[in-house]
Design a protein. Structure first.
Length: 227
């Protein structure tokens, strides 16, 4: 009986892997990194990305469906530290993506919108030519891809402080906290009563110091006649 059960188990294992052109086995006997007979990726995958031009290498793991990334993908340093979590739809980034330092400190949050590749046309936001700062929807031919959509937040990993925020709507930058802060500072500096005097050059200060207390002499103008 045990012999028969073993044969059945072997048969099921062979049948399950026969549909794959290539695959790998984990230490637990699970199949990963599967490719079908035409080379399309399916199921769970673990991909190693080597370091290049100063950029550190990393590994990413997630799910493929017909050669396209789907759902949550996690990124790890080569030391095993979680350094990023990305979300995919139709093989493109979609939703929130977050990134960390090797020590686990949050450094960046992004929000993306994947464009349905099955739709021939889509809408995007463009700046109105008639009203400054106003945007309107325009129908365009869909060429696929992912666009920035939502909040992008930048953090100081050393203390977790939020450094800057950008707001995008279908790829268009609607608001930039750094630009707003610069504009606010400029308004404060140019406000009445807040203007600072331009400091005098060093030479002028030394001349005034040397001639302090001296009687001012009236200078005759360049006429040759009487006065």
């Amino acid at each position: 009986m045990r012999y028969i059960l073993s044969l059945i188990a072997i048969f099921l294992c062979v049948a399950a892997t026969a549909q794959w052109k290539s695959f790998e086995l984990t230490k637990d006997g699970d199949t990963i990194n599967r490719q079908d007979m035409v080379g399309r990726k399916h199921g769970p995958w673990v991909i190693k990305v080597e370091g290049l031009r100063g950029e550190q290498g990393y590994e990413e793991e997630g799910w493929f469906s017909y050669d396209k990334k789907e759902g949550e993908w996690r990124m790890f340093s080569l030391m095993g530290d979680l350094v990023g979590v990305e979300n995919y739809k139709w093989g493109m980034k979609s939703g929130k993506c977050v990134y960390f330092t090797n020590l686990g400190a949050l450094r960046l949050e992004q929000e993306w919108l994947a464009i349905n590749p099955n739709k021939e046309y889509d809408t995007i936001m463009v700046e109105s030519p008639d009203v400054f700062g106003a945007y309107e929807e325009v129908i365009v031919k869909n060429e696929g891809g992912a666009i920035k959509h939502g909040y992008w937040k930048y953090y100081d990993p050393s203390n977790g402080r939020l450094i800057a925020t950008e707001l995008y709507k279908r790829g268009e930058l609607m608001q930039d906290s750094r630009k707003l802060a610069e504009e606010k500072l400029a308004q404060q500096q140019n406000a009445p009563g807040n203007k600072k005097e331009v400091p005098k050059p060093k030479e002028v200060l030394e001349f005034e110091k040397q001639n302090a207390g001296k009687k001012k002499i009236k200078v005759r103008e360049g006429n040759t006649g009487g006065y």
